[in-house]
Design a protein around this ligand. Structure first.
Ligand code: SF4
Ligand code: SF4
Length: 705
């Protein structure tokens, strides 16, 4: 035993106190695991290297916490104190073994360094805890939940830290400075004149208070939101590694399967782990456009709801299950979850039906969450169940579902109109089938995936025309599918209609495989995301590029140039609205700005929320086809944010953003200047000219029929 521990009166009592608490902690955690066992299994976790990197970035460095810098610093101080104090506790409950091991090399320098950091982190943590308490109790920002247990556990953590500092200071006052403990040594020397008996009593009381608070924390932790100090490491390591824009696969042929998520038992155990990991920080709530505009949806409430449902399912279970012997003699199966709790429907117990349909699947919640909780997959999972098993969905969706199934596009337009947008162009738009018949398929560089919006929506047809004008200027040998193109199925999938999605996706995969284009380019981030990230689930793996990236590439390679000087673009202040499925889901942030940056005279000004943190336009998740009857309009909020930049135009890279934001701007009474939306291709096309590297040689492609 170390000298330090030998000074503690009744030291051996530490063993029953601490290990008893640890046993209770273990039993409570094991009871949680019984809920995990009742949930659906998860595919084996692969990708150890990526997972370890995520663990370092998100759990150890806590990079997302620092987006709110002050909260991040305070949180990190408490985390650091937790780590360094744990080393002290580990030594205290092993009769000094940990200290002996760590002090052996380098003549005690490691232990001294740990004491130094333990001192510094503890003082910083006390400041952090005070700040957290003031925030929760006095300032009370809407995103934080004020609960009595939350405040009590903060006080308990404060008690653990303060008692440790006190014990070290009184020990220094009694027995001299401890190597490395600079802060408590200074306090100790200031107490040098105090009566020894008093100091001994204070040392003993603080040392025991520290251990007793730690024991209380262990017993209490599994039933509080602070359980995230344990679960967040697992949650981050077990994060979704599939592309973020890919919704979970679904086997429509599976026998006896529940379609989507109906009850707690339909959740995967990783979903339950998400529930146990939520820190209740409310970052997702603040980022959610539906919540911000006053709709019932709150992603934080969804995750907390899952946790409460899991708690209800295990309520009443004894800590120690009956042994197999007892059960064999007919004893109760008391290790089973309460069946009624497991069978409770997630709608409305965890989330209201209105809230389920409020989601625009923008992913802002997922992007904001410091512990990598996945909200969107759960919401779409619940939609799948409502649509496929119960036929419960907003009435406005029925025509869109029917149109996608029969006409292969949500507008219900005939496929013969798919190429109307190209009429009257001064050059030909080749169709893949004609190119193949002429034996020229190998010469095609890119297949331009037009998308239903650009094919049928009058405003977006102008974008298609502008984009092929840029392609033509650069001498790009491209083709389109024409009547063979169908909706990718993105809106159907996100509205929960997996049946229609798989129908459309299978057809498209077959068509695309037939032409095997070296690259697909599309101006629609939804088409881009679905073909790139979701078609591989159906056996179709294609190289897909968003038109912003492709245009930036053409400019970079010198195949496309822009007019400059007095003939170039008029000097304009412009802002760019990042589409969720482009920036947040697929990380395409720089390319649109590169395109705008290549145009002389344009001045880019950013909205407060841009890039991966951009605010949604309100169209995603099938919301384009639904009424927005609850709260205020999301597109109006985004239009307000765009107008606040003072920009003369809002550049977009998505047909749905074009429509939603255009409508929002048009309806805003503050928009006296008539600010409107323009696609990147529309801004570039008027000033785009053939660059020195344009490839204009080779055989002419067949003319569009
Ligand atoms: S995906 Fe967007 S709308 Fe849906 S819950 Fe998350 S933040 Fe809210
Ligand atoms: S889900 Fe994530 S972001 Fe939302 S409250 Fe919980 S921890 Fe915070």
């Amino acid at each position: 035993m170390t000298d330090s521990l030998a000074r503690v009166p009744w030291y051996p009592l530490v063993f029953p106190l601490f290990y008893g608490a640890l046993a209770v902690f273990g039993l409570l955690m094991a009871r949680h695991l019984r809920v995990f066992a009742a949930a659906r299994p998860v595919r084996p976790f692969t990708g150890a290297r990526l997972r370890t990197a995520a663990l370092v970035r998100y759990a150890l460095v806590q990079s997302r916490m620092f987006r709110d810098r002050r909260a991040g610093v305070m949180h990190y101080a408490v985390f650091a104190a937790f780590v360094f104090l744990s080393v002290g506790v580990a030594s205290a409950v092993t009769a000094g073994l940990v200290e002996a091991v760590l002090a052996a090399p380098l003549d005690g320098a490691i232990w001294a360094a740990l004491l130094f950091f333990r001192n510094v982190a503890a003082v910083a943590a006390l400041a952090g805890i005070a700040w957290f308490l003031v925030r929760r109790v006095v300032a009370r920002p809407a995103r934080l939940t004020l609960s009595r247990s939350g405040v009590a556990i903060l006080l308990l953590i404060g008690g653990i830290v303060a008692a440790d500092l006190g014990a070290l200071a009184y020990e220094a006052a009694l027995y001299g400075p401890l190597p490395g403990a600079v802060i408590t040594n200074a306090v100790g020397s200031a107490l040098a004149g105090v009566d020894t008996a008093v100091l001994e009593a204070l040392f003993a009381s603080h040392w025991w208070a520290h251990i007793a608070f730690v024991a209380a924390f262990l017993v209490w932790l599994p039933t509080t939101k602070h359980l995230h100090v344990v679960t967040s490491f697992f949650n981050v390591y077990l994060r979704k590694l599939e592309p973020r824009g890919a919704l979970p696969e679904m086997d429509l042929e599976a026998e006896d399967a529940t379609y989507g998520l109906r009850t707690l038992a339909d959740l995967a155990w990783k979903d339950v782990l998400d529930g146990y990991t939520c820190t209740e920080c409310g970052r997702c709530q603040d980022a959610c456009p539906a919540h911000v505009t006053g709709k019932p949806l709150n992603p934080k409430a969804l995750v907390m709801g899952i946790r409460h449902a899991a708690d209800a399912a295990e309520r009443g279970l004894p800590l120690i299950p009956n042994s197999p012997d007892v059960r064999a003699r007919g004893g109760p199966l008391d290790d089973r979850l309460a069946p009624a709790s497991v069978a409770i429907a997630l709608v409305p117990a965890v989330i209201s039906e209105d809230a389920v349909w409020d989601c625009v699947t923008c992913g802002a919640c997922v992007e904001a969450c410091p512990v990598l909780i996945e909200h969107v997959d759960k919401i779409v999972g619940i939609r799948r169940n409502l649509v496929l098993e119960e036929s419960r969905f907003p009435a406005e969706l029925a025509p869109a579902f029917r149109a996608m199934e029969s006409a292969r596009n949500p507008w219900g337009q005939p496929k013969s109109a798919r190429l109307d947008w190209a009429k009257g162009l001064p050059f030909d738009v080749p169709v893949a089938a004609d190119v193949a018949r002429a034996g020229d398929l190998a010469a095609i560089e890119v297949l331009y995936w037009v998308g239903c919006a650009a094919a049928f929506d009058e405003r977006n047809r102008r974008v298609a025309r502008a984009f092929v004008t840029c392609l033509d200027a650069a001498g790009v040998r491209f083709a389109v599918l024409g009547q063979e193109e169908a909706c990718t199925g993105d809106p159907a999938r996100r509205m929960g209609n997996e049946y229609v999605f798989q129908l459309l996706a299978a057809e498209n995969v077959e068509t695309l495989k037939r032409y095997a284009p070296p690259r697909i380019v599309t101006a629609c981030p939804h088409c881009f995301n679905t073909i790139a990230n979701e078609y591989p689930q159906l056996g179709g793996t294609f190289k897909v590029t968003h038109h912003s990236s492709f245009l930036a590439e053409l400019l970079r390679e010198g195949r496309l140039a822009t007019l400059v000087g007095p003939d170039g673009a008029a000097a304009r202040r412009i802002t760019f609205h990042d589409a969720c499925y482009l920036a947040r889901y697929n990380g395409v942030v720089a390319a649109p700005r590169d395109v705008l940056g290549a145009i002389a005279g344009l001045e880019l000004t950013e909205m407060d929320r841009h890039g991966r943190q951009a605010f949604c336009c309100g169209a995603g998740g099938g919301r384009m086809w639904m009424e927005e009857s609850r709260g205020t309009r999301i597109n109006s909020e985004r239009a307000r944010q765009a107008l606040a930049t003072g920009a003369e135009a809002v550049a977009v890279g998505c047909p749905f953003c074009m429509t939603m934001l255009g409508d929002g701007l048009a309806a805003d009474p503050a928009n006296e200047a008539g600010v409107t939306t323009l696609d990147l291709a529309e801004i570039l096309a008027p000033v785009a000219v053939e660059g020195p590297s344009a490839r204009r040689s080779g055989r002419e492609l067949p003319v569009l029929q």
